[in-house]
Write a protein that binds this ligand. Structure first.
Ligand SMILES: Cc1cc2nc3c(=O)[nH]c(=O)nc-3n(C[C@H](O)[C@H](O)[C@H](O)COP(=O)(O)OP(=O)(O)OC[C@H]3O[C@@H](n4cnc5c(N)ncnc54)[C@H](O)[C@@H]3O)c2cc1C
Length: 503
């Protein structure tokens, strides 16, 4: 258990107030739910009861757990999703989709007075050695997928926290395997997609849906509902094998400047596809006092952490160093489900930036993060925030090249050759807080303006603020817009489903 993980924060009590919706919206979702239930039956379509209550309130962001859908559809096959989508489209109902439930963005994985599609009954993961492919159903979580597939010695390029789900793929996906394999989405081989009108298609890089296939590598929830992912298998070894070396190092907050410089240097100089780096600064309120610690996750596919790559991090005095030989399952368990920010019951917020390798950018980001936390995590501020993070994920040039070699995605601009860092700025609020106070949101917005993305770098849609213009930052923005017009000419998705802006 790590330094801040023992902070077991109590579950939230307190009633929640349903947001009001107009009569037409409520009537449309009632109609859709009745018709879907008519097709699929009461066990698949539920409007009350234990399964409904659990699914409706299971979203990781407590702000989403407060929403009450008119009904929840629990599909076990693509045909169920088709039936649901056809009726949602016909009734002009609002809707949302939920896979692993970890979206931080309000309204992106649950819906008030609409139809929610929850994939908890579609959780298979299989390996096909003939094609060296992994087939994932959308309801599986990364920890479950790794546990199922490790006996074959393979893994998908997936999340770094086991409890997160497959929605990660549609936003791109930053994995511990990414420096050698590209974004998670770069590893798509085929996608079964239910389009907005209920048609089911299979998209690949070479068939008639190749434009859709590419758009779904970063297009998030805008282009259809995926009912089956076929992805490239990565040979990571079984649980008896330890081809990786690494783990985590925890530092006192006083090292933050040195770590920021080391991270910038890593981003500038390291382009070894076997090397992985995630640098995090976390601030918590401990007995009324702000405490910042830094934690670095560092891995190498090999037998040690090469000093030429990780020497700066190893030289900074640490509180705890836990590194050693690891199986892939152990690599994935390093962040661990006990991390405070993996737990449910708290209003959450995320925002994104992206930085090139200049040292000053990292020092500035750190300063603004510290100013922000000192202001809003001071208990006297009334912000109700208990946890704040600044995280840098190194996206090396090798990751960009690996993605291009696999066909490319809509995120990375064609002329981008150098590595960068995907930046996450996240906040968690106290139990009992059900919405982010507007003065805090203004502070968050200011923080984003103070830590702007370096020119030409894409923001990461899975860790953004809902108001950030992520799609506009993509190299393939024009393709994204054209593809959206083609597959959803009536703009049904953007009008009836919460998700990224800009289409
Ligand atoms: C604790 C934590 C750790 C994280 N770690 C990482 C990480 O290591 N790497 C990384 O890249 N990101 C990470 N993220 C961000 C993560 O990628 C996003 O939160 C992602 O959206 C989660 O996917 P999900 O399936 O769990 O969530 P959901 O909220 O269920 O889904 C996310 C979005 O995708 C949509 N969606 C889901 N499934 C489908 C589908 N089949 N068809 C169409 N739309 C769908 C949902 O509607 C929603 O908008 C992390 C987030 C958290 C909270």
């Amino acid at each position: 258990m790590r330094f801040f993980d023992f902070l077991l924060l109590s579950l939230v009590a307190g009633a929640c107030k349903a947001s009001t919706v107009d009569h037409a919206t409520a009537a449309a979702s009632q109609q859709a739910c009745q018709r879907i239930a008519g097709h699929l039956g009461a066990s698949i379509v539920q409007s009350s009861g234990a399964a409904y209550d659990f699914a409706a309130s299971n979203a990781w962001n407590f702000a989403n757990a407060l929403l009450r859908p008119t009904c929840i559809v629990f599909p076990s096959q693509a045909a169920h999703v088709q039936a649901a989508m056809r009726e949602i489209y016909r009734a002009k109902s609002r809707f949302a989709v939920q896979a692993g439930s970890h979206s931080a963005m309000k309204g992106w994985n649950n819906v008030q007075d609409g139809v929610l599609i929850v994939f908890s009954n579609m959780k298979n993961a299989t390996y096909n050695p003939a094609s060296d492919s992994i087939i994932l159903e959308p309801g599986i979580h990364w920890g479950e997928a790794t546990a199922t597939l490790s006996r074959f010695g393979v893994a998908p390029v997936g999340g770094r926290v086991g409890d997160v789900g497959t929605g990660l793929l549609l936003g791109g996906g930053l994995s511990f395997l990414s420096p050698s394999q590209g974004y998670a989405a770069d590893n798509f081989k085929a996608l079964d997609v239910v389009l907005v009108d209920g048609r089911l298609i299979t998209a690949t890089a070479t068939n008639q849906y190749s434009d859709l296939f590419r758009a779904m590598k970063g297009g998030a929830n805008r282009f259809g509902i995926v009912t089956r992912y076929e992805v490239q298998a990565v040979h990571v070894g079984t649980d008896d094998e330890t081809p990786f070396f690494g783990g985590f190092i925890i530092y006192d907050g006083s090292t933050a400047e040195a770590l920021s410089k080391a991270t910038a240097k890593y981003v500038r100089e390291v382009n070894d596809p076997q090397a992985v780096l995630l640098t995090t600064f976390t601030t918590i309120v401990l007995q009324g006092v702000l405490q910042t610690i830094a934690e670095v996750f560092l891995f190498y596919r090999g037998t040690s952490l090469p000093p030429s790559i990780f020497g700066d991090f190893l030289a900074i005095p640490a509180l705890v160093t836990q590194v050693g030989p690891l199986s892939y399952t152990q690599v994935l368990a390093t962040i661990g489900p006990e991390s405070v920010n993996a737990q449910r019951g708290f209003v959450q917020h995320m925002g994104a930036s992206a930085l090139a390798g200049q040292e000053q950018l990292y020092l500035d980001a750190l300063t603004h993060y510290q100013n922000f936390t000192n202001t809003f995590m001071n208990p006297a501020s009334g912000a109700g925030m208990n946890y704040s993070t600044l995280a840098f994920t190194a996206v090396p040039a090798s990751q960009i090249a690996a993605g291009r070699a696999k066909g490319g995605n809509v995120m990375i601009p064609a002329n981008l050759k150098k590595g960068f860092a995907a930046v996450q700025l996240a906040q968690q609020f106290n139990p009992g807080v059900s919405a982010i106070p507007s003065f805090v949101q203004q502070g968050i917005d200011l923080l984003f303006r103070q830590v702007p993305p370096s020119p030409g770098l894409p923001l990461y849609v899975n860790e953004c603020d809902a108001g950030q213009k992520v799609f506009e930052s993509y190299g393939g923005y024009e393709l994204l817009k054209a593809t959206y017009r083609k597959y959803d000419p009536e703009r049904f998705n953007v009008q009836h489903c919460q998700g990224p802006i800009g289409l």
